[in-house]
Every structure is written in C-alpha cells, then in structure tokens.
Design a protein around this ligand. Structure first.
Ligand code: GDP
Length: 300
C-alpha cells in the first residue's frame, strides 16, 4: 500500500502543486482564479465541481485574509475532501451473509481494465484466505477468457469458461453454480462491455444479472472506468447505470495520468462510491480508494 501511495503521488501531485502555487500568489485577482479553474478543468475535475470548488475556495481565502502555506494546504485539503465526500461506504461486499458465495459482477467498456481488475481482486481475496471462483462471461472478446484463466491459475482460483461467442449469462450461471457446489466464498464475474448499441448491452448485462439472481442476490456490481479517458468515462457510467444498478466504481490506470481530478467528477456526478483504484498492470496494483490518502497524494 505504501508503494501504491508513492505511485499515486507521483502521477497525481501536479494538480495539487499547481493549485497551491496559484493560491499562494499575493493578489488573487480574477486572472488567477481563472488559472485555478483551468488547472482543475485540465485535471478533469469537471465543470460543475470546479465551479463549486472555486466558489468555496474564494470564500475561504477571503475569510482567511493572509495565508501561510500550511493554512492553504489545509484549506485545499478540506475542500477537496468535502467535494469527494468521506462518508460513503467504500467496502467491497465479498461476504454474502448466507452460506452461498458472495457474487461480484465486474462491468465496463472493453479496454478499461475489467479482466485485469477481476484478476487483481481475486488475488487480494485469495491472499486474504478466501476461496474464489472466476466466471469468464466476456465470451465475445476472444482473448478475455484465456486472460482471465491465466489470472485464475496464477492466483489459485478456478475459472469457469464457456465456448467462444457462447452465451455470457450461461457462463455466469455456471460459475455461480460451481461456486455454490465448491462452497466458495466469492464468485467474480467478468462481463463483456460492447457499447456499440445500448440495447445490446442492456439486454446482455441485464440478462447476466437476472440469470445469476436465480441462485441468489448479486452483492456488488463494480463499474470499471479508465481514468485516462477523462470525462468520457462519465458518459459511459451514465449508460451503464441505466442498465444495471452500479454499487461501486473501480477507477483504473491512475498511474498513467495526471488527471486524477476525474475521481472528484465521478464521485460528484454519479453519487456512486469509488471503491477501488488501479495503479498499474501488475497483480498488486489494486488499492482501496481512500479519500484522505488520495487528496494527500494530489496535494503532494
Ligand atoms: P478489459 O477489456 O476491460 O477486460 O481490459 P483489460 O483488463 O484487458 O485491460 C486493458 C489494458 O489495460 C491491459 O493492457 C491492462 O494491463 C491495462 N490495465 C488495466 N488496469 C490498469 C491499471 O490500473 N494501470 C495500467 N497502467 N494499466 C492497466
């Protein structure tokens, strides 16, 4: 976790540094506030959250008068945290509370990091002493099933797969069935994310969920968003939200972008908690999203 924090800090703290430098100027004229706004927009904080943040910063700076660097840091930290919100339940529900496995569906557009995230999550769970079954329900991307199987073999989780181009819902059903038969703790289901038609996706994901629910409740539906796609991720999220009830967001590839402000936008605009963040391609590069640590990384 310490290593992940360091990586997050490396990729993210240009935003915080930029803001602190601007806020430290002796005269905060309109031009400076515009620069502050631009800095936030460039980091993908989004238009509405940026306006809200700038309003609040203006007010606080006005009340404060002269500002020491420490005061500025505290002020910025407070306001960013207020914007992200700290009182969300960010735990990933991997305990069904029943004697059947918890079921976690991983959804998102292809390429965002669904399969990788599913594999990483399996690894975290197995390391924690939980038994995991993987469902390779992304039957449309030829390589996805093998990719998931590789993760499964590596971390010690059985992978349930179906025929290429087979019915994703039937693979998902079989995976949960196998999980129940084995007495597994958690079943993780990797799904396909073809956004080419909304109805196609809707039919498919909805069906996967309904079919799985024949066994019992789905405990989590995690939406994977690629942080490097910026505000586009929000558009995807809205589409998915219409299709299934999203219970949490996984924001991947935060190691490859300085645009960590997307966390703020996602959290504000969707009202769904960011639960996990991806900070690399390796098996250990998944971390719980901790607002305080994240904002500290932003501010540097
Ligand atoms: P899927 O199509 O959504 O299942 O996407 P994949 O899991 O195949 O991931 C697409 C690419 O993104 C792969 O090359 C992954 O290694 C890479 N990837 C996934 N998560 C991360 C991350 O957190 N950071 C980085 N840098 N790359 C990632």
């Amino acid at each position: 976790l310490v290593r992940l924090r360091a990586r997050l800090a490396r990729s993210q703290n240009t935003l915080g540094k930029g803001l602190l430098t601007l806020l430290s100027r002796e005269h905060l004229d309109e031009e400076t506030w515009e620069e502050i706004e631009d800095t936030l927009l460039t980091a993908d904080v989004g238009v509405a959250p940026t306006q809200e943040l700038v309003e609040r910063l203006r007010e606080r700076v006005r009340v404060l008068g002269t500002r020491t660097p420490d005061e500025l840091r505290t002020l910025l930290r407070d306001e960013l945290l207020a914007l992200i919100g700290t009182d969300f339940d960010r735990s990933v529900k991997t305990d069904s509370g029943l004697d059947t496995p918890a079921v976690v569906m991983v959804v998102g557009v292809n390429g965002t990091g669904k399969t990788t995230t599913t594999g990483k999550l399996a690894r975290v769970l197995v390391a924690d002493g939980r038994s995991v079954v993987l469902g390779a329900a992304d039957t449309f991307r030829a390589a996805a099933t093998d990719q998931l199987q590789t993760w499964g073999d590596r971390v010690g989780a059985r992978t349930i797969r179906g025929p290429e181009n087979g019915d994703p819902a039937s693979v998902a059903y079989d995976a949960v069935k196998e999980g129940i038969a084995e007495g597994a703790d958690v079943v993780l289901i990797d799904t396909a994310g073809r956004l080419h038609t909304k109805t196609g996706l809707m039919d498919e994901l909805g069906k996967v969920k309904r079919v799985v629910e024949k066994h019992g409740p789905v405990n989590e539906v995690l939406l994977v968003l690629d942080a490097t796609t910026g505000q586009n991720g929000l558009v995807q999220a809205r589409v998915f939200r219409e299709v299934v009830d999203i219970t949490g967001i996984v924001l991947t590839k935060l190691d490859g972008t300085a645009k960590g402000g997307i966390v703020v936008a996602v959290q504000r605009e969707l009202g769904v908690p960011v639960k996990l963040i991806g900070l690399g391609e390796g098996p250990d590069d998944l971390a719980p999203f901790e607002p305080e640590a994240f904002v500290d990384a932003l501010i540097g």
